[in-house]
Design a protein around this ligand. Structure first.
Ligand code: TMP
Ligand code: ASP
Length: 236
C-alpha cells in the first residue's frame, strides 16, 4: 500500500489517499484539543497508543459482528482503513452519568444507569456540535431513518462488547463517542477511533480517571493514564 497526498488534517489525525481507491491511511498525532479546539496541548505518545488501542478494539468488534473500517496496522501511528464518507453525527453512548450529561441535567457524576442511553450531536465545529434527535438528523438529511436505525443497533452492540471487555481489564466504560461511515455501496460501518480521547474509562476499584478528562480538566497524569490503559490492554 502506497501513501499518496494528504486529504485532511483533523484535530487528532491526518488522513492520506493511497494507491488503492478503496483505502485511506490515517496517521495519529500527539496533539490534543478540548472544548471545540479552545484548549490545545500535546499528550506525549498518545498517537501511538490511540492507534494501537483503536485497532485492537475494532478487531474485537469485527469478531463480534460489528463491521468496522479497520484494514491493517502499518506502523506505530499509521493504519489502513476503508474509505468511507463520514455520517456527520457524533453518537454518544452512556452507562454512567458524567461530563455534559451531569452538567446538563444537574446530577452528580457516577450514577450508574439501569440501561445505556444514546444521543446524537451534529458533527459541525462551527456550530459547536449541537445535540439533536433522530428526527432532526433526518430533517437535515444527515442520515436516513434506516441508517439511524442501523447506527443505533450497532452502537448498543459496541457498548455490550466493549463494556464486557473493559470489565476484564478492571475498567468501567462510563461513556464514549462513535462515528460511522458509508461505504460506496451504502453500507454503514464503524469508523474514526475508539481511544481514551473518545471514551471515559474509570478504574473499577478506585474510580481513577484513565482518559482525556485528565487533560480537559487539568488533572495532571495524562500520559500515565493513557499508558496505564495501554498496559492493561496488552495484558501487562
Ligand atoms: P460529554 O460528556 O462531554 O458529552 O462526552 C461524552 C463522551 O464523548 C466522552 O466519552 C468523551 C467523548 N467526546 C468525544 O469523543 N469528542 C467530543 O468532542 C466530545 C464533546 C466528547
Ligand atoms: N476533541 C474535541 C475538541 O477539540 C473535544 C473533546 O474531546 O473534549 O474540541
Amino acid at each position: 500500500m502506497e501513501k499518496r497526498e494528504q486529504l485532511y488534517e483533523g484535530k487528532a489525525k491526518k488522513v492520506y489517499a493511497t494507491d488503492d481507491a478503496r483505502y485511506y491511511i490515517v496517521s495519529y498525532k500527539d496533539d490534543a484539543t478540548a472544548f471545540n479546539g479552545l484548549k490545545k496541548g500535546t499528550i506525549e505518545g498518545k498517537g501511538a497508543i490511540n492507534n494501537r488501542m483503536s485497532n485492537l478494539l475494532m478487531q474485537l468488534l469485527e469478531k463480534n459482528g460489528v463491521p468496522t473500517h479497520f484494514v491493517e496496522e502499518l506502523s506505530e501511528r499509521e493504519t489502513v482503513v476503508k474509505k468511507v464518507s463520514i455520517v456527520p453525527l457524533e453518537v454518544i453512548i452512556r452507562n454512567v452519568s458524567a461530563g455534559s450529561f451531569a452538567k446538563r441535567y444537574g446530577v452528580d457524576e457516577g450514577i450508574v444507569f439501569d440501561a445505556p442511553t444514546i444521543e446524537f450531536s451534529y458533527k459541525n465545529d462551527d456550530l459547536g456540535d449541537p445535540l439533536l434527535n433522530s428526527y432532526h438528523a433526518i430533517a437535515l438529511k444527515l442520515a436516513t431513518r434506516e441508517e439511524i436505525e442501523t447506527i443505533k443497533q450497532l452502537a448498543f452492540k459496541v457498548n455490550d462488547v466493549l463494556r464486557a471487555y473493559f470489565k476484564t481489564l478492571n475498567i468501567r466504560l462510563v461513556d464514549f463517542k462513535l462515528e460511522f461511515g458509508r461505504l460506496d455501496d451504502g453500507a454503514i460501518i464503524l469508523a474514526d477511533e475508539i481511544s481514551p480521547d473518545t471514551c471515559r474509562l474509570w478504574d473499577l476499584d478506585t474510580g481513577e480517571k484513565l482518559d482525556k478528562d485528565r487533560f480537559r480538566r487539568d488533572m495532571g497524569g495524562v500520559e500515565d493514564a493513557y499508558n496505564e490503559v495501554m498496559h492493561r490492554l496488552m495484558g501487562e
